[in-house]
Design a protein around this ligand. Structure first.
Ligand code: GLU
Length: 426
């Protein structure tokens, strides 16, 4: 691609998150001395699809939503990645997330390439029926490029197991028979996997404990602050607390709460369920979500959206470990500053890989029609993610690079070697 064409192409994907994903990739590629021909290929996705999704709102008028599916690289196997429903979804953001999925799957040793999809909408203001119509029409529009051997969607921000059930049903209606293995993160009764819902949280929990062990931090006198109390934040909080870590602050899209003596998770979880927010939880102090991030703690867990940690707050964080539950929560300049300050970073492609690892288990179980028990799933997840953590840590120590660079280099190297072996078609 010429410089000009390259710029034009990137223009279509222009988005701060895409720039961040690209910058992180380029940093790792430079360190790896990656073949420039391969570098060019990795910088842009293999395929992007933009679709219009007309749906009838409950009041009878038709509204057209914009949706995407981006497939980044398929050298290792079918594409894999979640579907996001959020007002900020764009092509560039989806492409950035697809690229991250490529490195994430490769790092965990899964036979997948990276993809991501999304619809620009606010699922919180859509009724259940509208959400169902939106999901079914989106599935129909991306139908030509998804499938169990082709591209397997999963939940992400704003989607859940019900949305996955509608995707599975719509795809199955088109085919004329049930195809459970087209999507992961489904309800258990229609081919979902035990342990999938909590999987990202469990992976995060396991890597945090590994990091604490490495840094000689005693688990029981540790504290955690969590930004985002959705699927990932909630399960991580629950598991950390059950192991004696005091969860001292949490935030969600409506606000934040803080109690340096530790929040009572047994009461907070049902409170969030009932009121749909952590705000107003009796016994804890209200605090602004920005200030919460700057309170002293052992582990800070951004588990919401991208861009939470930036140059303005990175110098003020008072955590020992930053565990990235979200995708791309740390900006590039903040990353440099945090590393200089000696904060141990568990990068997203490692820390939040638990979700896609158990998605892989779900897909394998569906393909074989043979289901594993919960202990097997938990143990296999822990085994894979611990091994990935140890590999990344060993590389970070031996090559004197930060954890993110070590993780990226490991993922990229895997894809690069697959490309070199497969060669360039035609
Ligand atoms: N959306 C999740 C992620 O970002 C899970 C993807 C999947 O299970 O395919 O890793």
């Amino acid at each position: 691609m010429s410089e000009n064409e390259n710029r034009e192409w990137l223009g279509e994907l222009d988005h701060p998150e895409y720039k961040l994903a690209l910058a992180q990739f380029e940093r790792a590629a430079a360190r790896l001395n990656l073949d420039p021909n391969l570098c060019e290929r990795f910088k842009s996705p293999q395929r992007t699809l933009t679709v219009s999704i007309p749906i009838r709102r409950d009041d009878g008028h038709v509204e057209v939503f914009r949706g995407y599916r981006v497939q980044h690289d398929s050298a290792l196997g079918p594409f894999k990645g979640g579907i996001r429903y959020h007002p900020s979804v764009t092509l560039g953001e989806t492409a950035a997330l697809a690229m991250r999925m490529t490195w994430k799957c490769a790092l965990a040793g899964l036979p997948y390439g990276g993809a991501k999809g999304g619809v620009r909408c606010d699922p919180k203001i859509l009724s259940r029926n509208e959400l169902q119509r939106l999901t079914r029409r989106y599935t129909a529009e991306i139908f030509p490029i998804i499938g169990p051997d082709q591209d397997i969607p999963a939940p992400d921000v704003g989607t859940n197991e019900q949305v996955m059930a509608w995707i599975m049903d719509t795809y199955s209606q088109f085919k004329g028979y049930s195809v459970a293995e087209v999507v992961t993160g489904k309800p258990i009764s229609i081919g979902g996997s035990l342990g999938r819902e909590e999987a990202t949280g469990r992976g995060l929990f396991v890597t945090i404990l590994e990091a604490m062990r490495h840094l000689n931090l005693p688990v029981t006198s540790s504290t955690a602050i969590i930004q985002g109390f959705g699927n990932v934040g909630r399960h991580t909080a629950r598991m950390l607390s059950a192991h004696g870590v005091q969860v001292i602050g949490v935030s969600d899209s409506k606000g934040a709460i803080y109690d340096p003596r530790g929040l009572d998770l047994a009461r907070l979880l049902p409170y969030k369920e009932q009121t749909e927010s952590v705000v107003g939880f009796p016994g804890a102090d209200p605090i602004s979500p920005e200030d919460l991030l700057e309170q002293p703690c052992t582990v800070l867990i951004p588990a919401a959206l991208a861009g939470a940690i930036h140059i303005k707050n990175a110098g003020r964080l008072r955590c020992r470990i930053l565990a990235e539950g979200a995708n791309g929560p740390t900006n590039l300049d903040a990353d440099v500053l945090l590393n200089d300050r000696g904060i141990f970073i568990l990068p997203d492609i490692l820390a939040n890989a638990g979700g896609v690892i158990v998605s892989y288990f779900e897909w394998v179980q569906d393909l074989q029609n043979y289901f594993w028990n919960e202990k097997e799933i938990q143990n296999r997840l822990a085994e894979i993610i611990t091994e990935a953590f140890q590999r990344v840590l060993a590389r970070s120590l031996s090559e004197k690079v930060d954890m993110r660079l070590a993780a990226m280099m490991t993922g990229i190297e895997k894809i690069a070697s697959a490309h070199l072996l497969r060669g360039l078609y035609p």
